[in-house]
Design a protein around this ligand. Sequence first.
Ligand SMILES: NC(=O)c1ccc[n+]([C@@H]2O[C@H](COP(=O)([O-])OP(=O)(O)OC[C@H]3O[C@@H](n4cnc5c(N)ncnc54)[C@H](OP(=O)(O)O)[C@@H]3O)[C@@H](O)[C@H]2O)c1
Length: 252
Amino acid sequence: MNRFTGKTVLVTGAGSGLGRAIARAFAAEGASVVVAGRTAASLDETVALIEATGGTATAVTADVTDSGQLQHLVRESVTRFGGLDIAVNNAGILRGVGAVGDVSEEDWDAVLRTNVTGVWLAMKHEIAHMKANGGGAIVNISSNLGAHLRIPNLAAYITSKAAVSALTRAAALDHIHQGIRINAVSPGASAAPMSLRPGETEADRAERVKAENPLGRVAEAEEVAAAVLYLASPEAGAVVGADLVVDCGASA
Ligand SMILES: NC(=O)c1ccc[n+]([C@@H]2O[C@H](COP(=O)([O-])OP(=O)(O)OC[C@H]3O[C@@H](n4cnc5c(N)ncnc54)[C@H](OP(=O)(O)O)[C@@H]3O)[C@@H](O)[C@H]2O)c1
């Protein structure tokens, strides 16, 4: 399939994990992809992987907690590839592991600033371009943890992702009349770094996850990416404010 030929797609947090898989999937279907994050070297690796398979991508360093850097990121997307049709706000962090009473103010602020304010700020600048240029599609990466599932000792992350799910629906209502379709994908434990516990190998994780969801496995990064591409595609033209859970049934 070549659903995204001629489209420019921006993916934040695209230097690793799910963001890299999402960027590669869009490029494989013809998109020109702008990969963003804070670490130039990992972004360059994503670009090299895409170019090695004949795709088109460019790297722009940007910290999603900084409004000026996000404004620059959107401007660079337009300058380098002539527009911005689709944005995937995927950058996120998991910190502040522990009971609510033990979470440090520093971790709480960092998680909320990156995961919630970062998604809002990114949308703010993406929407400014899209509403002046005929619309577009935005997919925010939330989590099954938050709106769909709670587990102990992850309150900062769970709170942040519940907010991303709610923010997505609020934004969808506010901007659909400007031709901007906004949806979320909420992955469960996936084959990407964030689901690894400290010191855990991928084999350890596979063993642990057997008991954690009905399929007994993690979601592949490509399975999460496929959900993102669907929501960004014309096939999802009537899908507005959805929060598509891809978690092997963990929150079913
Ligand atoms: N893996 C899972 O099991 C899972 C499950 C549910 C939801 N998710 C969500 O999926 C998304 C991707 O997770 P992942 O597993 O792929 O984790 P990951 O490999 O740690 O990727 C997160 C990416 O975000 C970037 N990032 C972090 N802070 C940033 C900032 N302030 N500005 C710009 N970029 C920033 C990181 O790059 P730099 O550090 O270089 O900036 C990194 O490339 C996250 O939103 C996560 O919450 C993951």
